[in-house]
Write a protein that binds this ligand. Structure first.
Ligand code: GDP
Ligand code: CA
Length: 319
């Protein structure tokens, strides 16, 4: 079975770990969000791609959900001693090596997709990880900091300001002229099932969908597209999805996110058992919906969610 998953960082990676357990033998292609990418200290950092790669490859800092396990921060401390920032972005020594290799390969002319493949040679994540695009896309947030309205990089909004400053608009800068990376559209066209994991619907999945051609390919795909709600009980499980949903004019609820993706895109939507009351509303919008447990408390729970999504895909395919 060929499965395509559009993934952000932590939520996407945790779901993928469950999916891998649920479908031994399946072929999983992950289209990763690169809108979170940022240049720091002259290095290209791809937080979401690395979170997926480290999580599936066994190198992730488990409790934190991002960065490497057993990490040290000597380089960061040395940079600080030189007065070189930013200090708000935590890059550990082991993690630095990944960004050095990536930046060196990019400078030598390799596209990001080839670089990602090379990095994955080491980590053996057990999935094919493709960036959504080889072209530069950077999510910016229109905000107001100390009375001044300005657009800042998503990482500045999230990591520096912890989403405590207002978000008026989310702009995936560069997306409109970006092309899907080699293999993305082919994987979608050839897939048996396409899954939208509990990733941020605006700054993770939304950014991937903003690359021209990807949404259209999903709508045209013969495979059913099944999404799992990142919103439970009217709130994000973790992160700032509520803030960025508000910025794009979408209510923070499992049903509103489904309608935001749209009935043309979704062939099925899973909401948490506690949101069973939302099923009728989602179905009234033309999207088949089921309520199942959606808390990724451990790998087994994520695997059970993946099995529900695959069974749902089978059911809607048969209709
Ligand atoms: P990313 O969007 O994949 O980069 O990762 P985040 O972890 O930042 O966000 C994931 C999204 O999924 C957030 O909107 C969370 O509310 C949601 N999420 C995180 N953990 C869970 C979970 O256990 N269950 C569900 N249903 N959603 C989750
Ligand atoms: Ca992310």
């Amino acid at each position: 079975m060929r499965i395509v998953v559009l993934a952000g960082g932590i939520g996407g990676a945790r779901f993928l770990r469950g999916l891998k357990q649920a479908v031994e033998g399946g072929e999983i292609t992950v289209v990763g969000n690169t809108g979170d990418d940022i240049h720091l200290f002259g290095l290209k950092v791809c937080p979401d791609l690395d979170t997926v790669m480290y999580t599936l490859g066994g190198g992730i800092h488990e409790e934190q959900g991002w960065g490497r396990a057993e990490e040290s921060f000597s380089v960061k401390a040395e940079l600080k001693a030189y007065g070189v920032g930013p200090e708000w972005f935590g890059l550990g020594d082991k993690d630095f090596a990944t960004h050095i290799v990536r930046t060196q390969m990019l400078a030598a002319g390799y596209p990001l997709s080839a670089v990602t493949e090379a990095l994955c040679d080491r980590w053996q994540p057990g999935v094919r990880l493709i960036p959504m695009s080889d072209d530069r896309v950077e999510t910016h947030v229109l905000t107001e900091v100390e009375g001044e309205r300005k657009a800042v990089h998503f990482q500045e909004y999230w990591v520096k300001h912890h989403a405590t400053v207002p978000a008026f608009a989310i702009i995936p800068v560069g997306a409109e002229t970006a092309k899907p990376a080699p293999g993305v559209l082919e994987a979608i066209a050839e897939a048996d099932v396409i899954l939208l994991p509990p990733s941020n619907p605006v700054v993770s999945v939304g950014t991937i969908l903003a690359v021209p051609g990807i949404r259209q390919a999903l709508v045209a795909a013969r495979a059913p597209v099944i999404g799992l709600s990142p919103i439970i009980g009217g709130a994000p499980v973790r992160g700032m999805a509520d803030k960025v949903l508000e910025a794009v004019g979408v209510e923070t609820s499992a049903s509103a996110v489904a309608k935001h993706y749209g009935s043309d895109l979704l062939d099925g939507w899973l909401v948490d058992g506690s949101d069973a009351g939302a099923v009728a509303e989602v179905e009234a919008a033309g999207i088949p919906c089921r309520a199942v447990p959606l808390w990724m408390t451990d790998v087994d729970a994520s695997a059970a969610m993946a099995r529900e999504a695959l069974a749902f895909a089978e059911a809607v395919r048969g209709e």
